[in-house]
Design a protein around this ligand. Structure first.
Ligand SMILES: [Zn+2]
Length: 285
């Protein structure tokens, strides 16, 4: 599943490698209502789609799914969340165990780029205490100073370890297919950018990665179901409801989903768009 790619802009520079990892299978009840297939009471298969990028001898994770601390102490995730989402919490699916299984030293994971800090995305941060965590400033502000019921119940500081090395990025940046784009890890021999897509959370971002096969856009939780970036949008009712319940800003979330549909329509051949939790998109990556 390794994709060997050269950078666009530096002929002769070392290739980067991108591997797709599932760092946390979840099996909520209600497959028909969530993923549109299976029985009403059947369990859905949902993934925590992360990326491991190797560039210039350094490793970069995009999101971390669940971590060792979640597997050792599932209670920290909270009973309502666990009952609704049914995370399987298999240690072998954690990012650190998968990095080790691939023959890497986890200390070589120098950077984590976070789409957002919900507990199904940030659980592995504490497993990489030497890594810088790159994220949009608005997301860190929301996680550190949550406001309102939805924000107050979604973030788990316990997952971040002691003294996390946050690297915040503010608004601004370059144009990327009509979206704002903020380059991260400027010294790295790979072009990786935060694409602000707020709505699901206050500072939610996609992460764009430049490869010689085109761009990858990890859209995080900007959408949940593959049909949501089709025109017209398709989404089973359970997922519609789940996204509405968990949204920080519905207007922005819907507007950004519309922009992603437009991106898929107009630049689908140049940009491979996928989200965090759709197993079909993960399996075909
Ligand atoms: Zn999520």
């Amino acid at each position: 599943m390794w994709l060997l790619v050269d950078r666009f802009q530096s002929i002769g520079s070392p290739p980067i490698e991108v591997r797709h990892l599932n760092c946390g299978t979840m099996c909520p009840i209600g497959a028909k209502l969530l993923v549109g297939e299976g029985g009403l009471l059947a369990k859905a298969r949902i993934v925590a789609h992360c990326l491991l990028i190797e560039a210039g001898g350094e490793l970069v994770l995009v999101d971390t799914g669940y971590g060792l601390g979640d597997c050792a102490n599932p209670k920290r995730l909270g009973q309502p969340f666990r009952s609704m989402v049914l995370p399987q919490l298999r240690e072998e699916e954690t990012a650190i165990r998968q990095v080790e299984a691939l023959g890497h030293d986890p200390k070589d994971v120098r950077h984590i780029v976070a789409t957002h800090l919900d507990r199904d995305h940030a659980g592995g941060i504490g497993d990489f205490p030497g890594a810088e965590i790159h994220l949009f400033a608005g997301e860190l502000a929301a996680a550190q100073n949550p406001s309102g019921f939805t924000e107050r119940q979604r973030y788990l500081a316990e997952q971040w370890g002691e003294n996390p090395d946050w690297v915040e990025y503010g608004a601004g940046g370059d144009d990327w297919f009509g979206f704002e784009s903020i380059r991260v890890i400027p010294g790295l021999d790979a072009e990786i950018a935060l694409i602000p897509l707020p709505g699901h959370t206050r500072g939610h971002c996609g992460v764009a990665i430049n490869t010689s096969d085109g761009w990858l856009l990890h859209a995080g939780d900007a959408f949940f179901f593959n049909g949501e970036i089709e025109t017209p949008r398709r989404c089973p009712p359970g997922y519609r409801l789940f996204q509405t319940i968990n949204q920080a800003d519905g207007e922005k979330r819907h507007a950004n989903q519309e922009r992603l549909r437009e991106l898929e329509r107009e630049h689908g051949a140049e940009v491979d768009i996928f989200c965090s939790h759709d197993a079909k998109m993960y399996d075909s990556a």
